[in-house]
Ligand binder design. Structure first.
Ligand code: AMP
Length: 416
């Protein structure tokens, strides 16, 4: 099956081709015909599967048809609700590319940015609004967002929105938009609670699509773990980074403090990295993300919250420097390599203290990833040949000082 075989707008087909998509991915193959037929949808699909285009392609086709009606009103027809700023921006980008030369207005609404531009864009919006719940309600209560003509509602990464406590917001939203609408519910994970909530929002006859239900992690990613002590993680990271100098690598850590600590350790080893975490301003975030995208710096050390929703095109390796404390984040993290049809690689550094986090990951996956066994000689080599290996007290004290300085700076910032 090729995109050319679909009965959709010719310009849309050209835009799909310009993005380099020839064949639909699994989720697209399953979802597009149902959405075009007007069905509600409950889809369990992770990022990296092509889920964004799976809903945007049919929606754009349907909205461009609606436009041919003389009574077409000058108000948004489709609302895509997403959990994060970055996902809002990414979906908007994908939407703009797919809408090239198709007169459908697109507006992305999210916090951390001035409202003025968004309000201006909303005034002429007769098409698609992509929004995070907070900013959406804000602008609606100020009277800038008309929800009366919404015919299509998409909840993207609905599980994350629910984890973030947006259930009430979603319920409130349902009271504001027409009952007679098509609803598409996308979630990376599913459990009884999410299912119950989903069926409170979508039509009972909704089509259900679940990708690889027994393997929530993307099949495109080879993921392995290595047992390593907490103190030795930095040496393993250094080794992996040096052995993969040409690769684009995303390193996940559990906290902001750890992100800065790992950054310092790599700096000492002469390896350039960047950090992305909640203490960065919106401006800093954007600059870091751009540098990573442009390969100006190939290694990014990030926390889960900071990296949520980001879609980097070609990450070669994901490293779980720390095991995530929420099992589903393991899937979100490793899914960042191996996007669409590329093969990805992920390593997890598992220390004995993290067994309590690792067990839920295994339960969530339904299997344990393969272990990489290292001989005692390899372990010794990794540590003693490290540029950071400084078995003297002075160096160790400098490191502790660095850490204290970061903590103090953080406290000061909070006090301001
Ligand atoms: P998503 O799961 O929507 O975040 O998409 C993951 C990545 O797959 C994005 O970089 C898309 O541009 C890409 N993609 C989506 N659909 C296709 C397709 N049919 N063929 C090739 N790449 C695709």
């Amino acid at each position: 099956m090729l995109f050319d075989d679909y009965r959709i707008d010719e310009t849309l087909k050209e835009n799909i081709a310009a993005l380099g998509y020839k064949r639909p991915t699994d989720i697209q193959f399953k979802a597009i015909p149902s959405i075009l037929a007007g069905e509600d949808l409950l889809a369990v699909a992770q990022t990296g599967t092509g889920k964004t285009a799976a809903y945007l392609i049919p929606l754009i086709n349907m909205i461009s048809k609606l436009r041919q009606d003389r009574r077409y009103s000058n108000a948004p027809k489709c609302l895509v609700l997403v959990p994060t700023h970055e996902l809002a921006e990414q979906v908007a980008q994908a939407c703009k590319q797919l809408c090239k030369h198709i007169p459908i207005k697109i507006t992305a609404l999210y916090g951390g940015k001035e409202q003025d531009e968004q309000i201006k864009s909303l005034k002429s919006n007769n098409g698609i609004v992509i929004a995070t719940p907070g900013r959406m309600f804000d602008l609606r209560s100020q009277g800038f967002l008309n929800l009366e003509y919404i015919q299509y509602l998409v909840l993207d990464e609905a599980d994350k929105m629910l984890f973030q406590g947006f259930l009430k917001d979603i319920k409130d939203l349902l009271k504001l938009i027409p009952k007679n609408r098509q609803t598409l519910f996308f979630s990376a994970t599913i459990n009884r609670e999410i299912k119950e909530i989903a069926y409170g929002i979508i039509n009972q006859k909704a089509i259900r699509i679940q990708l690889s239900p027994r393997n929530p992690a993307s099949n495109n990613v080879t993921h392995r773990y290595v047992k390593v002590s907490m103190d030795d993680k930095r040496y393993y990271l250094e080794r992996l980074l040096l052995e993969n100098e040409t690769k684009k690598i995303l390193v996940f850590v559990r906290t902001k403090v750890r992100a800065e600590r790992v950054y310092k350790a790599m700096e000492r080893a002469g390896i350039e990295t960047m950090t992305l975490h909640g203490d960065k301003t919106q401006e800093e975030r954007e600059s870091i993300i751009a540098q990573f995208e442009n390969d100006e710096c190939k290694v990014m050390i990030a926390t889960d919250v900071a990296a949520r929703g980001l879609d980097f095109k070609a990450i070669d390796i994901v490293i779980n420097y720390d095991i995530p404390d929420q099992a589903e984040n393991y899937v979100h993290r490793i899914g960042r390599s191996g996007r669409a049809k590329n093969k990805g690689l992920a390593y997890s550094f598992l220390s004995s203290e993290e067994d309590k986090y690792w067990k839920p990951v295994i339960e969530f996956l339904g299997y344990e990833p393969d272990e990489v066994f290292l001989s005692s000689q390899e372990i010794e080599d990794t540590i003693t040949f490290s540029n950071q290996f400084t078995p003297n007290l002075k160096a160790l004290l400098t490191e502790i000082d660095d850490d204290e300085a970061f903590k103090k700076a953080k406290k000061k910032k909070h006090k301001k």
